[in-house]
Design a protein around this ligand. Structure first.
Ligand code: GDP
Ligand code: GDP
Length: 437
């Protein structure tokens, strides 16, 4: 099940990002490592009383040069489109402002549960000043101090009390979770409809935490089960969320986190943009299977070289994704659409593949014989042994004399030898060097 989503809204400077950082758990650091997402962390996973949830700091959503009021209006709209619960943050130091009243009116109309937090209540006298916030008509105000970490427990108790009941699904091991990622207009919803239209057996629409079904599960003719992540999010197309780049990147990241295989959708007419690279980079780092899909193939004037040229461009732009298969499709004419579920299955197989140590070591010894290990400052790298320690993504441990001596290029060479021998199409690898004691 997807995590429920909690959005933080409020005027600038009331302390949104301070609170966000307090509530955010570990996941945030993974997001932080990704270039482009780094400076603007707006999404993190949090946990309280055993419930996990995703938190969005709407204050981190850039709206360029919009005037103040339309900024927070848009932020409130993002929260209303995406969140299950909204934490509305105000400040006791400024009291109730006109801006707060405007936001409150919007939130009130949304019909979503709103928890009202009054921040900067750093001492007991200030906690007495929160009563004027009843005038916002959003129920009990919760006094908190983000900088001192006060009152957050009570606030979270109130949030968790509003969470939809937890549904205990035993996570079905046999389902392949996948998602479609791509900029607006590349054809995601057309592809979703086409793929689902082709598959005869729709098992269920799992009710998500919001009103609409979030994921769609289906079974193909061979009985393999798939779960398409965030189907509703793709079909529904929130006006605000689609057009706000930072937000769409965040939504993509949430979907990727929940997926085994990511379908990276490109538009044949437009090629690759920065945002595509960022999101693909995240999927790669997260160890997800990846299939690159070039949609709207029908729109191109083609000759014998068109496909090769595309392939060259894609390989150039996404150098780290050399393992990802590319499909050229059209949601409109349905050209090659049947290959999509097949590719997902193949990639899922590669992700879960285990190779015996004896086979791996044969490949390793062969590789070393052909391309001797490098030396660094007079010391030669020695590799004693390789073994696979995990799947999804396939993870290998190399036992060496000194991990410092294993440079990226030689690691890459060994990785390629493994790839050339076994079929690991579509999945990244993790290679860990360990010193042999
Ligand atoms: P945002 O614009 O709503 O994200 O607000 P920030 O989290 O950036 O905080 C704005 C300012 O208020 C910063 O200088 C914070 O250090 C300060 N601040 C945040 N929480 C508190 C608090 O509980 N008490 C006090 N006194 N200052 C706070
Ligand atoms: P999304 O924003 O990524 O979900 O994209 P849509 O599925 O809404 O498609 C955007 C536009 O591109 C719509 O007008 C579609 O009809 C059109 N479109 C989608 N796929 C194709 C395709 O394969 N070929 C052509 N010619 N048009 C397409």
């Amino acid at each position: 099940m997807p995590n429920p989503v909690i959005a933080i809204v409020g005027r600038p400077n009331v302390g949104k990002s301070t609170i966000f950082n307090r509530l955010a758990g570990e996941r945030i650091s993974i997001v932080e490592d990704i270039p482009g997402v780094t400076r603007d962390r707006i999404y993190a996973e949090g946990e309280w009383l055993g419930r996990t949830f995703d938190i969005i700091d709407t204050g981190g959503i850039d709206l360029k040069d919009e005037p103040f009021m339309s900024q927070i209006k848009l932020q409130a709209q993002v929260a209303m489109e995406e969140a299950d619960i909204i934490i509305f943050i105000t400040s006791v130091r400024e009291g109730v402002t006109e801006g707060d009243e405007n936001v409150a009116r919007l939130l009130y109309q949304s019909g979503k549960p709103v928890i009202l937090a009054v921040n900067k209540a750093d001492n007991p006298e200030m906690r007495a000043d929160i009563f004027e916030f009843y005038s916002l008509g959003l129920g009990d105000p919760y006094p908190i101090s983000g900088s001192h970490g006060l009152g957050l427990g009570d606030l979270l108790d109130a949030v968790v009390a509003e969470l939809p009941p937890e549904e205990h699904f035993t996570d079905d091991e046999d389902v392949i979770n996948f998602c479609l990622i791509g900029r607006p207009n590349v054809g995601k919803s057309s592809l979703v409809n086409a793929i689902l239209g082709e598959e005869r057996v729709i098992v269920s629409d799992i009710a998500g935490t919001t009103r609409d079904a979030i994921d769609t599960t289906f079974t193909d003719s061979e009985g393999v089960k798939f779960r398409m992540i965030d189907t509703a999010g793709i079909r529904k197309k929130g006006k605000v969320t689609e057009s706000t780049e930072k937000f769409s990147v965040m939504r993509a990241i949430r979907a990727i986190d929940r997926s085994d295989v990511v379908l990276m959708i490109l538009n044949a007419e437009e090629g690759i943009r920065e945002q595509d690279k960022r999101v693909a980079g995240y999927a790669h780092e997260a160890g997800k299977g990846i299939v690159i899909i070039v949609n709207k193939w029908d729109k191109l004037e083609k000759d014998n070289h068109t496909m090769n040229k595309f392939e060259t461009d894609i390989r150039d732009e996404f150098q780290y994704l050399s393992y990802a298969p590319i499909l050229y499709v059209s949601a409109l004419t349905k050209q090659r659409l049947v290959q999509i579920p097949d590719k997902i299955k193949e990639v899922s197989k590669s992700q879960n593949q285990r190779i015996s140590s004896s086979l791996l070591n044969d490949v390793l010894m062969d590789a070393i014989a052909r391309n001797p290990t490098p030396t660094d400052k007079g010391r030669r790298l020695k590799i004693y042994y390789i073994t696979q320690v995990g799947v999804k993504p396939p993870t290998f441990v190399l036992f060496v004399n000194d991990p410092e001596l294993l440079h990226f290029s030689y690691e890459r060479f060994i990785e390629n030898q493994i790839r050339n021998t076994f079929n690991f199409e579509g999945t990244p690898f993790k290679v860990i060097a360990r010193q042999k004691k």
